[in-house]
Design a protein around this ligand. Structure first.
Ligand code: NAP
Length: 364
């Protein structure tokens, strides 16, 4: 409500009270005027006017006070509603458009089309759907994609041979082995067998080492997507207090390192952290990657923080939910990523970006 409206409301009530009280005074005066002498008449009129003014001003004042208090409440409500929801899906779309143009330009210039090879062992339904999503995303932007689908009973030696062939294949710029592998296979040995220059998932120890040394290598896609999201939202990271919950090699550790490389002051929390709520409450930027539905409530969150929810969980109704209780937290933060449509879409997009980058680096 504007200042003008507040004044008009107060004046309206003042006028209404004035009319009622003056009317009542005038009516009373005319009823009893024959019994009054001139000085008592004056007193009646004077008292009538004073009562009118006093009541009018009091009611107008109360009205203005109530209106202003409600206005403040409305403003607070509006402020709370103003938290930005950071849709990774939108940023991913922008990035994919940029990549589509880059690939088209490369084609025009007769350059190689960057190509991703995804190796899937077995038929784990989640893995099959992730791999299909990756192939589809490659097609969307015009990247080349090769899918190698191996039998569930593939041996370690057979898988290592396939990886070796891909390492040597000049058509292939990026290699991704879909994890988890069937339990009889040694994941560590498989990841270590990928040529680090084609390791677009950023899990090879050479790339992990490069990240921690602050050198150019490949960074795991989810952490990279988180930083890209924060940068595209113009979130100032330098000097800010960042807290990451989770210390996995896939998300927690690399995202913490990336935040530190951006000059944030970083704390990592994990399942053994004491007073975790108090630690998280200090964060300007809170990244949550633990895999526990709605673990983070408003008691973990500093007023005005940025919250990045990496978790992907299913609730009792089978719906996707994050590690953060979105509804509980949203009114207290400056910005928050939703689940779904938050961090998830950035992960595949970063895989495409890394494949293009791998191709460019191999070209020299
Ligand atoms: P992870 O390997 O299982 O690691 C979980 C981490 O969370 C561990 O460091 C663990 O601590 C910590 N943790 C577990 N319970 C905790 C608690 N109560 N308090 C504090 N810390 C706790 O999982 P991840 O691979 O990092 O993935 C985490 C979540 O992100 C999952 O929901 C996953 O589905 C999701 N994710 C999403 C994407 C995406 O693209 N959106 C990509 C990858 C992962 P300890 O080390 O002490 O055990």
């Amino acid at each position: 409500m504007t200042r003008k409206k507040i004044i008009y409301t107060a004046l309206f009530w003042f006028a209404l009270v004035a009319i009622v009280v003056l009317g009542f005074t005038a009516y009373t005066y005319f009823q009893i005027k024959d019994y009054l002498n001139s000085s008592t008449s004056f007193v009646v009129v004077f008292v009538g006017i004073i009562v009118t003014l006093a009541l009018g001003i009091a009611i107008a004042g109360i009205t203005a006070f109530v209106v202003v208090m409600n206005k403040d409440k409305e403003e607070v409500k509006e402020e709370k509603k103003m938290a930005t929801v950071i849709y990774g899906s939108e940023v991913a779309k922008e990035l994919k458009n940029e990549m589509t143009m880059e690939i088209a330009k490369r084609m025009d210039e007769g350059k190689k089309i960057p190509t991703l090879c995804v190796i899937l062992v077995g038929n784990n339904p989640a893995s099959v759907s992730y791999v299909t999503g990756k192939e589809k995303a490659c097609k969307e932007v015009g990247l080349g994609s090769k899918m190698i689908h191996l039998d569930e009973n593939t041996t370690q030696a057979e898988l290592l041979k396939v990886i070796d062939d891909c390492n040597k294949d000049n058509e292939i710029d990026g290699i991704l082995v879909q994890l988890p592998l069937p339990s009889h296979l040694n994941e560590k040995e498989v990841v270590w067998a990928i040529n680090p220059e084609k390791d677009v998932d950023g899990l090879h120890p050479i790339n992990v080492g490069k990240l921690h040394l602050g050198e150019d290598g490949f960074v795991p896609c989810t952490p990279q997507g988180i930083i890209e999201l924060l940068k595209r939202m113009n979130v100032e990271l330098k000097g800010k207090r960042a807290v990451v919950i989770g210390r996995s090699n896939l998300v927690g550790n690399p995202v913490a390192r990336l935040l530190m490389n951006e000059n944030a002051t970083v704390t990592i929390c994990h399942s053994k952290t004491e007073n975790i709520q108090a630690v998280c409450k200090e964060a300007d930027i809170l990244v949550v990657a633990i895999g526990k539905a709605k673990f983070v409530t408003k008691d973990f969150v500093k007023e005005g923080a940025y919250v990045i929810d990496v978790g992907v969980n299913r609730n009792e109704e089978g719906k996707l939910v994050g590690d953060v209780d979105f509804d509980d937290v949203v009114e207290h933060v400056t910005a928050i990523t939703p689940v779904p449509k938050g961090v998830g879409p950035m992960t595949i997009t970063m895989l495409l970006k890394n494949t293009i980058e791998a191709c460019k680096r191999r070209e020299g």
